[in-house]
Design a protein around this ligand. Structure first.
Ligand code: TZP
Ligand code: MG
Length: 207
């Protein structure tokens, strides 16, 4: 399985953008385009529905040694051999997520400030999301934090940092120039004319 330290482009299969029936096709295109870490996110889906999707996606990601992370629900990790879970500031703590999983998994945490980033590392996160960098319809209730703390968060946090929020091909270079090594793309990738070409372009820029 690919190590987190080798991951640069994190793609999220967000079921508010992708029909469940298209999720597997989306993941195949992401993998072909070089997305090297994938998350399943379905805010409005039941646990059973998410478990069904996770099973199908896990077949694809495991074949290409790409870690699959599920959003929010450590319960899924007990039922499907995915690699990890991602928790937000208002979700299970990292400790609770690890206890629920009952096996060794990756746990990522969303952070929205430098202080939260440092706290998440101290709490034992394997990686963090840092953002939203720019305003985004995918997480509309969160104020963007901008580019200014990206350098500092990389100086103070040693676990992999994935900048997230409103990132697309047109602003990716500004995020990299601010110090980012890794990014998450949700809507930009999922609404791209060609997910494969879009991901290839982003991975080339992050290489
Ligand atoms: N956490 C912070 S911003 C965000 C999440 C889940 C959404 C990112 O989506 P997009 O479409 O890439 O802006
Ligand atoms: Mg969450």
């Amino acid at each position: 399985m690919r190590a987190l330290s080798e991951c640069r482009l994190y793609g999220i299969v967000d079921l508010s953008y992708v029909e469940g029936s298209d999720a597997a096709g989306t993941v195949k295109q992401m993998l072909e385009g070089g997305v090297d870490l994938i998350q399943l996110r379905g805010k409005r889906k039941s646990l059973d529905e998410l478990i069904g999707h996770a099973r199908i996606l896990n077949e694809l990601t495991s074949r290409s040694s790409t870690p699959l992370i599920v959003n929010d629900h450590a319960e899924i990790v007990c039922r499907v051999p995915v690699e990890g879970v991602h928790v937000g500031q208002n979700d299970d703590s990292i400790e609770v997520a690890r206890r629920k999983a009952g096996r060794r998994i990756l746990v990522g945490k969303s952070t929205h400030s430098l202080q939260q980033a440092i706290a998440a590392q101290q709490e034992g996160a394997d990686y963090i999301g840092f953002g939203p960098i720019f305003a985004t319809p995918t997480k509309p209730d969160y104020a963007p934090i901008g580019l200014s703390d990206i350098g500092q968060v990389h100086a103070e946090v040693s676990v992999p940092i994935f900048c997230i929020g409103g990132i697309n091909i047109d602003n990716l270079q500004s995020v990299i120039d601010a110090g980012a090594k890794r990014v998450v793309m949700v809507s930009a990738l999922l609404t791209a004319h060609s997910i494969v070409d879009y991901a290839r372009c982003a991975t080339d820029m992050l290489a």
